[in-house]
Write a protein that binds this ligand. Structure first.
Ligand SMILES: Nc1ncnc2c1ncn2[C@@H]1O[C@H](COP(=O)(O)OP(=O)(O)OP(=O)(O)O)[C@@H](O)[C@H]1O
Length: 228
């Protein structure tokens, strides 16, 4: 069964602008795909439908077989535990340490402190920030802050991770590092969808690419069909 399924999804914003136009695709468990397209093509809108920041005007989005139209009220919080989001501006709490920022999603779901501390240390080691746990976000570089944002998104082992231009502000070396970190997630069962307009980077990753053009899914390129 697919983790994510878009079925005839159209999104028309108030004022009449059609941001997505009859979009259909599936993502299988453990798959990693990129979402690309020109500025204004609809990438952020598509991701917003997945984490319920927006609702479709027509069609349906299914997550693990559940139509997201049925996810309302208190169920939204549960949905957001299964789907983690990485934003370009990472949205860290500036007055909390790195470790506290990463611990938050686990504490919110009632996990006990010793287990939280163990998991936070482990994930910060994995993103190369094991020695910076007590630092505040403002004491880290942009790339390090982005890695904290990713650590916070993956610490709860989500079924699906979506990222909106996660390497937007980073230099090429850091971007490649962050992408390898994402690429390691499917091995642990997390499905990954990343919006990026950095075509060079996307091609180098050799994963499936969904291409949006003026709200329509113009192309769906399998990893093995990406040219050298
Ligand atoms: N809240 C909104 N109300 C009205 N129109 C919107 C709204 N949000 C986005 N749009 C419009 O919908 C279209 C798609 O926007 P979206 O942000 O999804 O594109 P994008 O592919 O992510 O672009 P970028 O790469 O520039 O971030 C754009 O034309 C945008 O102006």
């Amino acid at each position: 069964m697919s983790v994510l399924r878009f079925e005839g999804v159209t999104k028309r914003y108030e004022g009449g602008h059609v941001a997505l136009d009859n979009v259909n695709f599936d993502l299988a468990k453990g798959e990693m795909a990129f979402l690309t397209g020109h500025s204004g093509a609809g990438k952020s809108t598509l991701l917003k439908l997945i984490h319920l920041a927006e609702r479709p005007s027509r069609g349906s989005v299914f997550f693990n077989g559940t139509n997201l139209l049925k996810v309302k009220g208190r169920k939204i919080a549960f949905h957001r535990r299964a789907v983690s989001v990485v934003f370009q501006d990472h949205r860290l709490l500036t007055d909390r340490t790195i470790a506290d920022n990463v611990a938050l999603p686990l504490l919110l779901r009632g996990m006990r402190r010793p287990e939280v501390n163990r998991r936070v240390s482990e994930i910060l080691e994995r993103v190369g920030l094991g020695a910076r746990q007590r630092a505040l976000p403002g004491q880290l570089s942009a790339g390090e802050q982005q890695r904290v944002g990713i650590a916070r998104a993956i610490v709860s082992e989500p079924d699906l991770l979506v990222a909106d231009e996660p390497t937007g502000n980073l230099d090429p070396t850091l971007s490649a590092e962050i992408m390898s970190l994402f690429a390691s997630l499917p091995d642990r069962g997390t499905t990954v969808l990343i919006a990026s307009h950095d075509l060079g980077l996307v091609r180098r990753m050799r994963r499936r690419v969904l291409v949006l053009n003026h709200g329509q899914l113009a192309d769906d390129i399998a990893a093995e069909d990406l040219a050298e």
